[in-house]
Design a protein around this ligand. Structure first.
Ligand SMILES: Cc1cc2nc3c(=O)[nH]c(=O)nc-3n(C[C@H](O)[C@H](O)[C@H](O)COP(=O)(O)OP(=O)(O)OC[C@H]3O[C@@H](n4cnc5c(N)ncnc54)[C@H](O)[C@@H]3O)c2cc1C
Length: 473
């Protein structure tokens, strides 16, 4: 008999929601293994004290119980239209139902009940955006904030105590498959843990590991578009007319020169730009953003991501993104770069003195003033500048010479595993969920994907579950 009925790799939102769903069945033995620390033991020195990233192995910002969700901005997007590919597997309606279900769980564990939905003002915003060649995608958003996200995820961890075995500081090294049959997981300590079902949910941080495992196990991988760009920081007042109504302006633009899709992503009103590190033993530093529910800055930041689809023989979207991020790290002494838009347009690097003269003061103090034109391919940089100019017509001040660009922001969900509608891989009983598998791109869909995989396992084992789920409000 295997030691466990189910093992879950990764304690982010996908893994936690899978565990909570499985915890309904009293007689299942479930192990949640997480390579980072327990959530209470995670702290980022750079966020607390500033300075240069050491970096930690693994990075506390993105690894540990709670996953990248623990320090995330905590924006729960309540529509299937953004945040991942789940509607392609589940259909739009089922995705929407499961989003409502997961949203109820977030509420039960302490998320605020206010939802930003724009109401009657959305149409006018959309009309104004279209005059600037931008598409504004209105999405209902529940904002938890970085501080509240952590509390909510701690609550989920506490809920699981005694129902599921949780082992932190335990990296999975290998998925063990013999003669096409799933056997279990080998840990980095060489321990072999057997299981009947496995849910792999290693997040973006573990996507590289998952790709290597998929290649070793000869699983089919598809390329999602490569998403590379910068994080933009402007005075909060520039974005106010949209962020006060929608919280986040989800804007889409097709570049004039290359016809690439460029979009805003993860807008953090009155927030902070942060640096995170991915890549295990050979880490790379990239930028990100978050905002607190209570602590506000004078700046708003957001990512501008250029999506490019490369054709055969290209098969390494994650490697490509890492390569570009590494260029910024080489120039930034291991860290990330920051440049004023005005300096970029004048063909010169930013310097500390130039930054100090700027109206926008960087919230990420450890970013090195530099030149992003030495990092980003022309196609990406051109698209970013074109979109900023379009945004400036809609939200004046966006393309000011004082606007700060941090580089680079890369999203490591570019490789997607071949999965069934229930998120099962080509190996029976091996499921994959969340951002690492390339099926989701945010907290909400990652959470839902964990529920989908877990429900299929519950169905297969014929687990007796109460018709009223304990998490439903
Ligand atoms: C700063 C920041 C702000 C963000 N803000 C938002 C936001 O406002 N809204 C939003 O929707 N999304 C946001 N995101 C993205 C969001 O956090 C992710 O989409 C979400 O956490 C993905 O969930 P996941 O469970 O798939 O992966 P993760 O949360 O990344 O969790 C995966 C876990 O697996 C662990 N792991 C990896 N490999 C192994 C292994 N081999 N063995 C054991 N464990 C392993 C990792 O340590 C990690 O803890 C933000 C992310 C960051 C970093």
């Amino acid at each position: 008999m295997p030691q466990y009925d189910v093992i879950i790799i990764g304690g982010g939102p996908a893994g936690l929601f899978a565990a909570m769903e499985l915890a309904q069945a009293a007689n299942l033995s479930v192990l949640l293994m997480e390579k980072g620390r327990d959530i209470d033991k995670r702290s980022c020195l750079i966020m607390e004290k500033g300075g240069v990233c050491p970096p930690c192995h693994p990075c506390h910002l993105v690894s540990g119980l709670g996953g990248a969700g623990a320090f995330s901005d905590g924006k729960l997007t309540l529509s299937p239209d953004v945040g991942g590919h789940l509607p392609e597997y589940l259909g739009w309606q089922r995705t929407q139902e499961l989003i409502e279900y997961a949203d109820n769980a977030y509420l039960r564990f302490g998320a605020k009940d206010h939802v930003f939905n724009g109401g009657t003002q959305v149409e006018d915003l959309q009309r104004r955006a279209s005059l600037a060649e931008l598409r504004l995608i209105p999405v209902d958003i529940r904002h938890m904030g970085t501080d509240r996200s952590r509390q909510v995820l701690c609550g989920m961890r506490d809920f699981l105590q005694g129902k599921v075995e949780i082992r932190a500081n335990l990296p999975a090294a290998r998925v063990v498959v013999e003669d096409g049959q799933l056997k279990g997981v080998e840990t980095s300590k060489g321990e072999c843990l057997e299981c009947r079902y496995l849910i792999v949910a290693p997040g973006r941080e573990g996507s590289d590991w998952l790709v290597k495992e998929a290649r070793r196990l000869k699983l089919t991988l598809h390329n999602n578009p490569v998403d590379v760009g910068v994080r933009v920081e402007v005075p909060a007042a520039v974005m106010d007319s949209v962020t006060s109504i929608l919280y986040e302006a989800k804007l889409e633009y097709f570049s004039r020169t290359f016809d690439d899709r460029i979009r805003t992503f993860c807008m953090c009103p009155a927030g902070e730009v942060i640096m995170d590190s991915t890549g295990g033993a050979d880490p790379i530093a990239t930028v990100n953003g978050h905002s607190y529910a209570e602590r506000k800055t004078n700046n708003t930041n957001f990512a501008l991501l250029v999506s490019t689809t490369f054709t055969e023989p290209f098969n390494d979207p994650i490697g490509y993104g890492k390569y570009i991020a590494r260029l910024a790290n080489i120039l930034g002494g291991g860290g990330v770069l920051v440049q004023r838009l005005g300096d970029l347009q004048e063909g010169r690097r930013s310097t500390l003195a130039r930054l100090e003269r700027g109206i926008v003061q960087p919230t990420l103090k450890c970013a090195i003033p530099g030149d992003l034109s030495c990092v980003l391919p022309y196609r990406f940089l051109k698209g970013i500048v074109e979109m900023l100019e379009a945004m400036d017509k809609f939200l004046p001040g966006t393309a000011s010479r004082h606007t700060l660009l941090y580089g680079v922001e890369v999203k490591f969900y570019s490789a997607r595993l071949e999965l069934s509608q229930n998120l099962e891989s080509e190996i029976p009983n091996l499921f994959a969920a969340g951002d690492g598998a390339g099926v989701t791109r945010g907290l909400m869909q990652a959470s839902v994907s964990g529920v989908v995989a877990a429900r299929e396992i519950l169905r297969r084992v014929g687990a007796k579950v109460s018709p009223a789920h304990p998490l439903a409000v």
